[in-house]
Design a protein. Sequence first.
Length: 406
Amino acid sequence: MPIFVYSGRTLSGDGKKGEIEAASLAQATAALRRQQIMPASISQKKAGFALSDIKIPGLGKGVKTKDIVIFSRQFATMIDAGLPLVQCLDILASQQENAEFKKVLLDVKSSVEGGSTFADALKKHPKVFDDLYVNLIAAGEIGGILDTILNRLSSFLEKSEKLKGKVKSAMTYPTAVIVIASLVVSGLLLWVVPIFEDMFSGFGQALPAPTQMVVKMSNVLKSYWYAIIATGVGIGVGLNRAYKTPKGRRVMDKTFLKLPVLGDLIRKTAVARFTRTLGTMLSSGVPILEGLEIVSKTAGNVIIEEAVLKARTSLSQGKTLADPLMETKVFPGMVTQMIAVGESTGALDTMLTKIADFYEEEVDQAVEALTSLIEPLLMAFLGIVVGGLVIALYLPIFQIAGAAGS
């Protein structure tokens, strides 16, 4: 956003100079007048070069969920205290340490000053404020409960981030162990096995089959390591591109849901996210059809997304929400039955929140079950791979020692 340099006088006649950020000269002038400063001259500041202007992909801080949670909490407190919207944005932007988020908040403030609603101003930054956030803010503005909505958003984002963190923690340990094991085995094959191979060449007799296999693996890795890496990268890129196509994503997401243990964790996570998100939106006054459309985009699995959209279509035709969800067989029977009860009693938002609480606990248990299952499997895997490699290398030595003893 452009920066304007100004000089002018306050209503008391004192001289005033400084800089102000605004979308245009007219908006900068209007902003100064609201601050009771009469500008004598105002011009756009020429852009200069600074090291901070250099942006290297992947090294930027970005706007994290934690930043948005803190912003929402502080904003809710200020609104509840009776501070004007623009002043709240100005204060929060000035104390924001994240430069990228500060820029976004200043732009939002400028848009609000220019006559936009708060929700419309946030909508201009979809990478920071998603459809869920914008729609809840819009509902809060219409209902005059913006502070309540901001507090709900903060709680929702905190729980959502906590849920995501649990799933990530379940996958981090096995991934790290497999990567380290792969590096150790590769190191043994590249540098240790060749030493043993040179030693074995002087024995003058055929090597045991396991030792021959390890030596061949070492030779293949030494000769074609670049092809092996290229193949691995190619498979990764191919799967990533396939996942970005509708057909590929559908096949892979369907497969994920059918995986033992992990599929159950994915399903429970999706149910917790779906019920928490929809419950928050309904309790905030967002229409259910609009809420279902937004929730479908945040499902994280195309099979579950299709189930939600099917339920939305059914609901738009005057039918219930529970029946189409039950027909898809994606959602557990307990979930659809509780949704049916919530619909019949008129307390669907409360029922969805209860389901979310239950399934977030279920995710905790699923993560613990997955971790307890993976740990012994990984230990057995490491023992077989590394132990088998070491035994294969020492078999010729044991063979010679046995022959010499006899």
